[in-house]
Each structure stands twice: as structure tokens, then as C-alpha cells.
Design a binder for this molecule. Structure first.
Ligand SMILES: Cc1cc2nc3c(=O)[nH]c(=O)nc-3n(C[C@H](O)[C@H](O)[C@H](O)COP(=O)(O)O)c2cc1C
Length: 437
């Protein structure tokens, strides 16, 4: 299932928005993507470049569901199944991603967007980086890449993640293949954080058959239907990376990042470049979607978990709603503790019963308004590990950020204020009466 296969599906299901006007990747295109966010976008004419640009492939849960051929409500379980049962993708002789080979590397021939005037420069934001670790094997993950010149990029590596750890333990340069224009399964898989020994391409292959080809100049493999592959290596040199807009919609700080030297570009004919709006819906969804199965798995160990949603208001990252089938008076509290284990970057979580539609924020608010008492159902956890993305947390360079977490048990209280258990029929009084059509 290539990016082009998805575009055809999106066109068939009238999901695709095609922009025929000539749009400039320098500042203008990001504004248009921001205005048209949600459905997948195809820019037929990128000003100054001879290739088209797509964006918002994962701009809405519906897009991902159409891409994977499942219902929106099944996304969590489809991802959980693929993460639980990865399958090794076959390596084939050749693939469309090598139809054109450029040894004279010139990154300035690609429509790399400059998203905001405050940014450090043009950034590749939808690329997944493939590396190989002698101990753990292949790793695939997203890294934003600032273009420095016609053959150099500087990468943002989050401390302690796979690529950062590989560079830290490697004495010399490290080979890398950067894939731009990926299938949805590859995008979703690259956004997961499985244990180091799990190859994210095996998760992609479990989501949908994915074949790989060997790179031409580095000892790595990439999806055979990727639009553009930048082959090269992480040097030991660094450069300032940032400022740049991050997931929470605030400007991220400037850090030193490793420089990548690109030595060969391969691509498909009629190349389609992929853009991803920083801090946009797609960024949030790709960050959050892979975390919902890990929260679900952890809460399921503590009680009966029915569904999980990371909410868009907090970047589909910092806030969550967990739905349970309550079987014990303390299941709400257990679910809160487990949810934070399932997604350590989560800051606030609300636990609700099965009768609450977790996709409707007004229903979740109603549950808090009618089933929650702060002196009984509020859990505050101080000095907890935090996401580096929350500007209000405590950030000390080189240390894990710290925060205070909060959990709300907004399930029907099984005990009365005096501690006595409520009879099942008394609990029913908390149910919403609806005017059935
Ligand atoms: C859209 C998107 C952009 C991301 N950008 C970065 C980034 O610039 N740097 C980074 O280190 N991680 C970034 N990530 C997170 C990593 O890809 C993710 O944590 C990955 O799972 C790391 O896994 P690993 O530990 O297997 O390498 C991004 C994730 C998404 C979905």
C-alpha cells in the first residue's frame, strides 16, 4: 500500500482535496495546509519545483481508517494487533523508489517547506529515518530535519530514544536512510515506540503487506514504494537545530543536533513530496494514535478497559480519556495509575463509564459535572516524569522534565459520601435520561 495507493483510495472516497493553484513551499503552503486541515491534501503545483506535494495524510482518524480499511473505532485494536504481532517484511530485488538515482545530491531541488518566519529554515517534517544497530537491528523513527545546504541536514533527536542511543554508543559516522513520501502503515509504525529489538517495518508489514529494497550506497533497507530516499550518514559534527514549532504549538528551544551528510538520492518518477504541518492535526494524531494501544494494554491489566482516546485539545499527547466497564469501586483509581504507566508523557486523564461517548468532549464534561467530586475522585501525583513538550513543566537541560499529574475518576461512584456501598439501582440514578427519537 503506497502513498499513491492511498491517494487513489482517498480520491475514490471523495476524501482528497486537490489544490490546483501554484503554491509556494516558502511560508505560503503551510498556511494553506493549516486552513484546509483534516482531509488529505494534494498540491499539484509547488512554485519553483517540478513535483507535487501531499499533506495531511493522517490529518483525521477517518483518513487513517480509510487507509487501513477499518472503522475509526477499530483503529486502536488494529494498531494493537500489529504491535503485538509484527511480521518481518520481505526484501525484494528492486522497487519504484529507485526509478531515478541522483549521485549529484542537491536537496534544494526538493520542495522542502519553510513553515513559519520564526523557523531556523526549511524543514523536512514527514521523513522517517532508518538506521541499523548491531545489538538491536533496524530502527525506524521520525526526526525533523533542518536543511543546511544542498547536501547537509541537521536532525532533532529526542534524548534516550533509539537513534539518539545509537549515535551515543557508535564511535564513528552512522549510516542512515531518510524516507519521504511513505505509506500510512509505515508512518504509523515509525511513530510507535516498541522495545528496541522490534523493527518498526515489521509493524508496518503487519498493518499491510510492505516490501523493502536494499539501498544503493548504504547497508540499509527501505520501503520499495517510498517516493524519495536520501541515503547518507550521521557525521560526528553538530549544528544548532531550531527554533521550530513543536507539537504543543509553542516554539521549541534551540539545541545542538547531529549533522547528516546525504550522499545519494533515489526517487520515483513523477515524485510526490510529503509535507507534515508541525503542531497540526496530523502531527498530533501520529504522535497520539500509537499511544492509545499502549494505554489500553496497561489499563486492561488493572481493570476492564473498553476504549482510550488522546484528546486533540492537548496535542493528542498530554490529555486522555479512558473508558472502563467498572467492576469494582476502585477501578477508576486503578485505571488512572495504569493510564500514566501506559503513556508516561500523559499529564491529565479522565476515566469514564461505558455510557459516555469518549469522542464527544461535552459528554466527558457531563460525566465530570455529574459523577465527580474533587475531594474523593481527584488524584494528584507530584514530581512525575514529564513530556519535554509541556512548556509549563520543569525543564533542566540533560535531565528528564518533571511535572505534576492529575487524574479524574468521573465514573459513577459506587460508594455513598459516608463510605457505604451504593446498591446497583442507586447507581442507575447517575445515568443520563435521553429523549429517544
Ligand atoms: C510527526 C512526528 C514527528 C516526530 N519528530 C521527532 C523528532 O523530530 N525527533 C525525535 O527524536 N522524535 C520525533 N518523533 C518521535 C519519534 O519518532 C518516536 O518517538 C519514535 O517512536 C522513536 O522511537 P525509537 O525509540 O524506536 O527510535 C516524532 C514523531 C512523530 C509522529
Amino acid at each position: 500500500m503506497s502513498l499513491r495507493f492511498f491517494l487513489d483510495k482517498a480520491r475514490e472516497s471523495r476524501l482528497l482535496t486537490v489544490v490546483t493553484d501554484e503554491i509556494d513551499p516558502h511560508l505560503e503552503m503551510a498556511q494553506v495546509i493549516s486552513r484546509l486541515e483534516g482531509p488529505p491534501l494534494l498540491f499539484e503545483r509547488a512554485k519553483g519545483y517540478d513535483c507535487s506535494v501531499v499533506a495531511s495524510l493522517c490529518g483525521a482518524r477517518e483518513n487513517v481508517a480509510v487507509g487501513l480499511g477499518v472503522e475509526v473505532g477499530q483503529l486502536l485494536f488494529t494498531l494493537a494487533e500489529a504491535v503485538a504481532h509484527p511480521s518481518v517484511p520481505p526484501v525484494v530485488e528492486s522497487g519504484p523508489c529507485q526509478e531515478v538515482v541522483e549521485e549529484q545530491v542537491d536537496l534544494e531541488t526538493l520542495p522542502i517547506l519553510t513553515h513559519l518566519p520564526q523557523d531556523a529554515g526549511p524543514y523536512i517534517t514527514a521523513a522517517v529515518a532508518v538506521t541499523k544497530d548491531s545489538d538491536h537491528g533496524r530502527n525506524v523513527s521520525f526526526h525533523r530535519l533542518l536543511r543546511l545546504d544542498h547536501s547537509h541536514l541537521v536532525a532533532r533527536l529526542v534524548e534516550g530514544r533509539g537513534t539518539d542511543m545509537l549515535l551515543k554508543k557508535s564511535p564513528g559516522d552512522v549510516e542512515v536512510a531518510i524516507c519521504i513520501g511513505n505509506s500510512l502503515p509505515v508512518l504509523l509504525a515509525a511513530a510507535t515506540t516498541p522495545s528496541p529489538d522490534v523493527d518498526e517495518f515489521s509493524i508496518a508489514n503487519a498493518l499491510h503487506p510492505t516490501t523493502l529494497v536494499k539501498c544503493l550506497t548504504v547497508d540499509l533497507e527501505v520501503p520499495s514504494d517510498t517516493e524519495i530516499v536520501l541515503e547518507g550518514h550521521f557525521t560526528r559534527a553538530t549544528a544548532p537545530e531550531g527554533p521550530f514549532l513543536d507539537l504543543t504549538g509553542t516554539m521549541d528551544i534551540v539545541r545542538q543536533g547531529p549533522i547528516i551528510e546525504v550522499s545519494c538520492i533515489t526517487r520515483r518518477h513523477d515524485t510526490i513530496y510529503q509535507a507534515l504541518l508541525p503542531g497540526g492535526l496530523e502531527h498530533k494524531l501520529l504522535m497520539g494514535l500509537p499511544r492509545e494501544p499502549t494505554i489500553f494494554a496497561e489499563v486492561s491489566k488493572a481493570c476492564c478497559c473498553v476504549n482510550v482516546l488522546l484528546t486533540p485539545g492537548a496535542g493528542t499527547w498530554l490529555h486522555g480519556v479512558v473508558q472502563i466497564r467498572k467492576q469494582d469501586a476502585d477501578d477508576g483509581r486503578r485505571a488512572i495509575e495504569a493510564a500514566f504507566r501506559g503513556h508516561p508523557s500523559m499529564k491529565h486523564v479522565v476515566v469514564v463509564d461505558e455510557d459516555i461517548d469518549i469522542y464527544d468532549p461535552t459528554e466527558v464534561e457531563w460525566a465530570i459535572a455529574t459523577r465527580f467530586q474533587a475531594d474523593r475522585d481527584l488524584m494528584v501525583l507530584e514530581n512525575q516524569p514529564s513530556s519535554s513538550l509541556d512548556p509549563s513543566a520543569t525543564h533542566v537541560p540533560g535531565e528528564k522534565s518533571r511535572t505534576t499529574k492529575m487524574g479524574l475518576d468521573a465514573t459513577i461512584p459506587w460508594r455513598k459520601p459516608n463510605g457505604e456501598p451504593r446498591a446497583p439501582e442507586e447507581r442507575e440514578q447517575f445515568r443520563r435520561i435521553r429523549y429517544e427519537a
